[in-house]
Design a protein around this ligand. Structure first.
Ligand code: ZN
Length: 341
């Protein structure tokens, strides 16, 4: 009797253990796409529109390099129909999260097909920040388009149309960046940031990158990196350094103070800005970064300004000195003439 009772309870116990999620999956009207970071969630929204529901694991402002998954993420992945990840070691925590959730959703690597940058500082390390170059962004879009068309074959036409218009916007963004970067003096095209997230951007648009941290944010700052960055600032009279939205600004602020240069503004690399803000979408974020960088690097260095004003005041004092000497000479000459009469 009791054994029979237990057998009847088993299916309910299994459902309780799973949080009753299979029921929610079946009742979903739209497929759930789970992206690891807000940037990829925005791309997915732009291409899938009303056909899908999109959620990001790492929230806006969070740092995906050092993200610690929550029980809520386990439940979210179990409901997912498709997972979008960057790959290139960006989401070191994802594999075990998927395994723990028991999710069977396909995980699409968005960087499939890009030409990755290998780190110059760390052996066998690949730079994950491929989306920072909007031409790479087009590869992300094509991968999303393919995955969505396979998931919703009856909506291929709508998905293709949305993808095409998004690709055209990325072409326009690429042209805009090229035009803007040309405004920066070629000797001043040096971008100093907290962590190495801008190499793909720099490779595409001809900007030298110098960062205090490497391509991930989980390493400690090495004194040699600070010395290297300070040297670059001094030798090239770099006018500004740039903060990042997901990283503690203290060290860069100190470097700016020590070198008497500006904070050029805040850049977005691993997370979008708040919803509705200029950097609240992928395209908006890259455009915002471009505007901030161009604005910061087209202004003269406060240091050189101080040197210039110093030189100017020295000249003024020299002129005053000459006038005083000439005036005194003229006065003495006139008094001598008077006395000889
Ligand atoms: Zn990063």
């Amino acid at each position: 009797m009791s054994c029979c009772f237990l057998k009847r309870l088993l299916p309910f116990a299994a459902l309780i253990c799973l949080g009753a999620f299979p029921i929610i999956v079946n009742s979903q009207s739209k497929p759930l796409v789970v992206a690891t970071a807000s940037i990829f969630a925005d791309m997915a929204n732009a291409i899938g529109g009303d056909l899908i529901e999109v959620q990001s694991i790492v929230p806006i402002g969070g740092d995906p390099h050092i993200y610690e998954p929550t029980p809520g993420d386990v439940r979210l992945l179990l409901k997912a129909d498709l997972i979008l990840k960057n790959g290139l070691t960006f989401e070191g925590w994802l594999e075990s999260l998927i395994a723990n959730s028991g999710s069977k959703a396909p995980a699409i690597t968005l960087t499939e097909g890009i030409n990755p940058i290998t780190s110059s500082q760390y052996q066998n390390a690949t730079d994950p920040h491929a989306w920072m170059d909007p031409v790479n962004g087009k590869v992300y879009v094509q991968n999303i388009r393919k995955a969505f068309a396979a998931m919703l074959p009856e909506h291929t036409a709508a998905i293709d149309s949305a993808a095409e218009s998004y690709l055209a916007r990325l072409d326009a963004l690429d042209a805009y960046i090229r035009e803007q970067i040309r405004r920066i003096d070629s000797t001043k095209r040096i971008l100093i940031t907290s962590h190495d997230a801008f190499h793909y951007f720099g490779r595409r648009y001809g900007i030298q990158l110098e960062a205090i941290l490497g391509t991930s944010t989980d390493a400690d700052v090495r004194p040699s990196d600070i010395v290297r960055v300070q040297e670059v600032i001094r030798q090239n009279k770099v006018p500004a350094v740039f903060l990042e939205s997901t990283i503690n600004p203290k060290l860069l602020q100190q470097i700016a103070t020590d070198n008497r240069i500006r904070i050029g503004g805040k850049l977005y690399s691993d997370s979008l800005g708040e919803e509705g803000s200029p950097a609240g979408t992928y395209i908006g974020m890259i455009r915002h970064n471009t505007d901030v960088i161009v604005d910061g690097l087209t202004q003269s260095s406060p240091n050189s300004g101080m040197e210039e004003s110093g030189t100017r005041s020295n000249l003024i004092w020299l002129l005053v000195g000459i006038l005083v000497v000439l005036g005194t000479g003229a006065f003495l000459l006139s008094t001598r003439k008077k006395s000889t009469r």
